[in-house]
Design a protein around this ligand. Sequence first.
Ligand code: ZN
Length: 580
Amino acid sequence: MSDSNNFARTILTSALPYANGHIHLGHIAGAYLPADVYVRYKRLRGDAALYICGSDEYGVPITLTALKEGVTPQDVIDRYHAANTEAFARVGISFDLYGRTSWPLHTETTQAFFLKLHEGGHIEKQEMELWYSEKTDRFLPDRYVQGTCPKCGFEEATGDECEQCGAQYSAHDLVDPRANIPGDNSTPILKMTTHWFLKLQDFTDRLQEWLDRHPEWRPTVRGITQGWVNELRARCITRDTDWGVPIPLDDPDAEGKRFYVWFDNAIGYVTNTRQWGIDTGRGDDAWEPWWKSNDTRLLHFIGKDNVPFHTVLFPTYLMGQDDYILADNVIANEYLNVLNRTTGKTEKGSKSKGNMISVRWFADKFSTDAIRYYICAIMPETKDAAFDWDEFQNRYNGELCDVVGNFVHRSLTMTVKNFESAVPAQGELDNEDRALLDSLPEQLDGVAEALDEFRFRLALERVIDIGRKANVYFNGKEPWVTRKTDLERTGTTLYVCCQVVRALCTALAPFVPDGAQRLAGTLGVTLPEGGPDGGDDAWGPAKAGMEAGAPLQKPEVLFPKLDPDYIAECAEAHASGGAT
Ligand SMILES: [Zn+2]
């Protein structure tokens, strides 16, 4: 088990989403919100942390969209890059850089990776038979061909993989193939062509050693990885397309071919780190310590479907470069499904069912904090979860609003009203006061511990628990009664409450940053922004708490409640396919 304290800096990556559609809540729950909560936590702790992501802008699905819409691939990626950049911002995903794989710097980076692997003898050319349309005189990579899955019978399976059952097979095995291009649904033939393969088997021992060093990874991640490592063989890394990174070899076979998007995609993390160094004026070499220094901790946050790309393929590219570090952990979430309110059954989110909830739609209707709270509360860490409108309302209203928001609000309102808008004097502490004050560092440690283990649901439960304990204390002390008879005692109660509010302000910040910022404003404290250079540990001062006499602003409602009628209306729109 690796100790995060052994590292000087942490680089986090979230899977690069395709610039070929709007991101939806399933994406957020899988790869983005967990990384964002974690990086915000690291920044609060004063640790040097860099969070890198970007659009994945090459690949066959994008050219297919362009063909279907009669626009250029560039039009498609420009549209979705802009839309997704905005959608991420609206749910508070705080990338240090959200880049693009269509940048020239990415071509340079990808080609350098390939050439080094080539030099090392890890690349070979192979002849293979692929589907070819005689009607349009072209090879049909990936989604350009459709047919029936040889395994499950799904009729819209693509060239070498089935979206329905996840099966991978060779082109020969696809049943009833047909071209899938506007104006061409002819029956293709199999034709010989040459492609470049990466000899994954060259890295078996090193991958196994690396995997063995990380028993702390989630069992699903380890299981999928071990399955791949057991049967590594050469894997095709090029495609017949003109949309992608060109193959940097002086070879006639390279004509009309580009790198397969799954070769260049993860290299985008490196490209975007390079670009971050340039954009921030740190210099052309600023990226190197983040990728080549042994005291850097590399963390990949992904959805489960991306595991092999981050625990097998990308690591082999890195190993082939000689001087790159490997990930210390790959945090893969399971899937966020959708509860169908009519049938009461859980469904997979799918385009054809129209049941997906896009971030842009959802963020138009709900606050960033409400969205983040609920998605964190049900995060599919070890098993699938389902988005459920009733549960969204109940958990946000019942936990964040009623338990935490309410405690903060009544404590601060009463303090401001009765103690001249300042933290009251501590006075004489009784056993209950002391017990609650003494428990705060421990409770904050509990939140931190869960975050350090990437157990986001547990961490959030522990934050709510701080509020629960505080409510019990508040109700027992009845400051609204004692204020008429014993103002000093009331002051002590509210002094204690202010300490809890201060601790909550810190603990909430990674999860619901907007509310935490507003609360910090009320308390007159600053939550440091942190960043790649690190800073002071602000988790500690939160334990130290609020000084008596510190001025307070009039509190505002931190987390406004959701109205059931409004929820019902949104659920209705979702059920009729209007949430995409
Ligand atoms: Zn299938």
